[in-house]
Design a protein. Structure first.
Length: 243
């Protein structure tokens, strides 16, 4: 079994780079992509994360947001519709990763139990990151506890720190295990400046609930992956497919 991952880049948002790289790059602003990652599993349409519609992004995000393509048009480009999506795997439940999920009315939605629980009663520091009200009430959640193989060659690995129940997603591909990091990261997180590598072989995500766990999660992804796909990396998001 070998899979191909197709990035569906829905839009991009502007942020301070330090939100990706803890204790670094405070002076830099960058654009990062909002992506839903598409994989065909036999006859099933599978997504990792669903992004969010532009009105939601502009309501909740503090900085600029630019829509590139609608969720519906992005799915049409791979022969799917929101209604024909069979499976959604959520890396975590921050709004920019799950805002379109209620449109996938027939999908089983896999998420870590700890993430699901936290999303329903988040700490005040993270109230702005999780959707409030009943928007996710009718989603068909399938709670996962820890590491699990969801389909042959498709595994999730718990990597908490960015959020309580962040999970990375690994796909067996022609290039080996391609791992979506799960936590909000860019390629810099896995390729620190040369002078820092002996101390920090990875850079901790700038947004986290626990910096030690977030560092350990980045190390775990780097160790497990033949191909690392940082969740908000522009180079990965703009590829036609991976690998």
């Amino acid at each position: 079994m070998s899979y191909t991952i197709k990035p569906l880049m829905l839009g991009k948002m502007k942020m301070n780079k330090s939100m990706m790289t803890y204790m670094m790059n405070f002076e830099k602003e960058i654009w990062i992509p909002i992506v839903s990652w598409y994989v065909k599993v036999n006859d099933k349409h599978l997504l990792v994360d669903t992004g969010a519609p532009p009105d939601m992004m502009r309501r909740y995000w503090y900085n600029d947001y630019e829509e590139l393509i609608s969720f519906e048009d992005a799915l049409e480009s791979v022969g799917a519709t929101p209604e024909t999506v069979d499976v959604v795997i959520h890396t975590h439940l921050h709004f920019d990763h799950c805002g379109n999920t209620p449109k996938c009315k027939n999908a089983e939605v896999f998420v870590q139990e700890e993430e699901l629980s936290f999303s329903r009663n988040p700490h005040p520091l993270f109230l702005g990151s999780y959707l409030r009200g009943n928007i996710m009430e009718d989603v068909n959640f399938k709670a996962v506890e820890g590491d699990a193989e969801l389909f042959p060659g498709i595994q999730v690995f718990k990597v908490p720190g960015h959020s309580p129940g962040t999970q990375a997603v690994s796909f067996l591909t022609s290039a080996g295990n391609a791992v979506l990091s799960g936590f909000c990261s860019i390629k810099d997180n896995f390729s620190p400046p040369e002078k820092m590598k002996k101390v920090w072989p990875v850079l901790t995500p700038g947004v986290h609930i626990d910096s030690f766990q977030a560092f350990a999660g980045a190390m775990r992804v780097k160790d497990l992956a033949d191909v690392v796909i940082p969740t908000h990396d522009m180079d990965s998001a703009t590829k036609p497919q991976i690998p």
